[in-house]
Write a new protein. Structure first.
Length: 259
């Protein structure tokens, strides 16, 4: 559109305030870039420097520049910071429509699957959850499920996921309602993962950072699996464990294969 029909800044701010409580905040250029690439519905994008954001798109993500040009509205810097107090250094923020729970559950339940589902059993750290979603999207996992109280769509999780919630199915579920498929649960006493082949339809379960696998998840597991670890080292970071496990799964796939 090249700005021919740009929205009025005051209208854009009013629309933002009306949508903020029911939308997902995408804070920063990279989150918006990923969300646009994976089909997120984005009704509003605000910045205090339109030219700088479009120049960044031209440099780093020309594939989304036209979409940004259509959506982007410039507002005063103090107005933007009042709406987004922890504004990303790239100086742009957007609101996106959260995918429906029904659509996510259908994607997670669909069989056969071409890639595993990652389950975080009662995670406690919002940043860790975001990092796992970013990893899962990068490996083409079918989705990420959390059990317990943590909301995987919390703004801090979305920030850590860099907009890649829209590249995979992300939902909170009860242990008793996990997606179908054999459950491979990570546990220090399990069988060494290097001797196993993880099927595409696997459900890969990881315990919480504090207490490991819950008894309910352990009882649900078909296999207990361990990662190689030097003696006297107690554990890996949660996202590191997920990354190692997904890499092991992906290593059995032919080069260039996509989930």
């Amino acid at each position: 559109m090249n700005g021919t029909h740009r929205r009025d800044p005051d209208d854009a701010v009013r629309a933002w305030r009306g949508l903020a409580d029911t939308s997902v905040l995408l804070d920063g250029f990279h989150a918006i870039k990923h969300a646009l690439r994976f089909g997120a519905g984005i009704p509003s994008v605000l910045t205090s420097d339109r030219a700088a954001v479009l120049a960044l798109a031209d440099e780093l993500a020309p594939d989304v520049k036209d979409a940004l040009d259509t959506l982007l509205v410039q507002v005063p810097d103090n107005t933007l910071r009042a709406l987004v107090p922890r504004l990303h250094p790239t100086g742009v923020a957007a609101l996106a429509v959260r995918p429906s729970r029904r659509a996510n559950l259908e994607a997670l339940a669909r069989m056969p699957r071409s890639a595993p589902v990652v389950v975080l059993d009662d995670p406690r750290n919002l940043g860790n959850a975001g990092a796992v979603i970013r990893l899962a999207a990068g490996f083409g996992a079918t989705g990420v499920v959390t059990t317990g109280t943590l909301d995987p769509w919390h703004p801090t999780v979305v920030r850590g996921g860099a907009g890649l919630h829209f590249a995979t199915a992300v939902e909170r579920m009860d242990v008793g309602a996990l997606p179908p498929g054999p459950v491979f649960a990570l546990d220090a006493e399990g069988e060494d993962i290097r001797g196993l082949k993880l099927p595409d339809g696997a459900v890969l379960a990881f315990g919480s950072e504090r207490s490991g696998l819950s008894e309910r998840l352990r009882a649900r597991a078909d296999h207990l699996v361990s990662l190689p670890m030097r003696p006297q080292v107690s554990s890996y970071n949660l996202a590191t464990s997920v990354g190692m496990t997904l890499f092991h799964w992906s290593a059995d796939r032919p080069p260039g294969a996509e989930a």
